[in-house]
Design a protein around this ligand. Structure first.
Ligand code: HEC
Ligand code: HEC
Length: 168
């Protein structure tokens, strides 16, 4: 009899343990979760992931829309861009383009916010990597269903019978 009572106690204990583990995930689900920063609470700093091996294939990529800043097709590790020197302009300024064979920065980079043309790159466009980024060969953190205007037009024309554009 004593043995049975004892077993019931143990069973009860096991049951409580199981419940404990069963509840743990639901508690975690309430934690703030962001695919970029993981489950680290907002007030704590995350451990930044190790820097990857940036794509360095030198192939200029298609832009998805008119005002998209082109992505950088080469590595930029350790390039100095501060008040003393801009390594990017060492190749990308108009004067250096012939020698470096880099794409010279476009005219918009020499304009102030009122559209006035300046003699040197505008302070608005000085810190290149605010807008231009090198690429890492990683899986995107979030899905993207963006379609460029060519695809949108093509789909619209295909939906009208007899109006599909010829292949060229
Ligand atoms: C040593 C010369 C050199 C330096 C320094 C350099 N680039 Fe480049 N960049 C090039 C060349 C050459 C190309 C053309 C594609 C290629 O060969 O990689 C290019 C291409 C690009 C493109 C693509 C342009 C397009 O129309 O697709 C961007 C954007 C760019 N670089 C940004 C930068 C930024 C930002 C920096 C500084 C962090 C920088 N580059 C530093 C030489 C350079
Ligand atoms: C505020 C955002 C911004 C900053 C900062 C910026 N760019 Fe750009 N860049 C753009 C945009 C947008 C375009 C595409 C439209 C255009 O030409 O303005 C562009 C285009 C370019 C191109 C392609 C030019 C062409 O004719 O195809 C190069 C090269 C480039 N930028 C290099 C640089 C370099 C080098 C710096 C730093 C000195 C820089 N950019 C700073 C937004 C920026």
């Amino acid at each position: 009899m004593n043995f049975i009572r004892h077993s019931i106690h143990i069973l009860g204990l096991l049951f409580m343990l199981c419940m404990g583990t069963a509840w743990a995930p639901s508690a975690a689900a309430e934690t703030f979760y962001d695919s970029a920063r993981g489950i680290t609470p907002i007030m704590q700093e995350t451990k930044p992931p190790v820097l990857g091996n940036a794509v360095n294939d030198d192939v200029r990529r298609t832009r998805n829309y008119t005002w998209q800043p082109p992505t950088i097709p080469h590595r930029v590790d350790g390039y100095q861009v501060d008040k003393n020197f801009n390594k990017c302009m060492d190749c990308h300024s108009r004067a250096k383009a012939e020698f470096s064979q880099a794409v010279p920065v476009s005219v918009t980079h020499y304009m102030d916010r009122d559209g006035h043309m300046l003699g040197q790159v505008s302070t608005r466009r000085y810190f290149c990597q605010q807008c231009h980024v090198a690429q890492d060969a990683v899986r995107p953190l979030v899905n993207n269903t963006f379609e460029d205007v060519d695809t949108v037009i093509l789909k619209a024309m295909r939906s009208q019978p007899g109006k599909a554009p010829k292949k060229n």
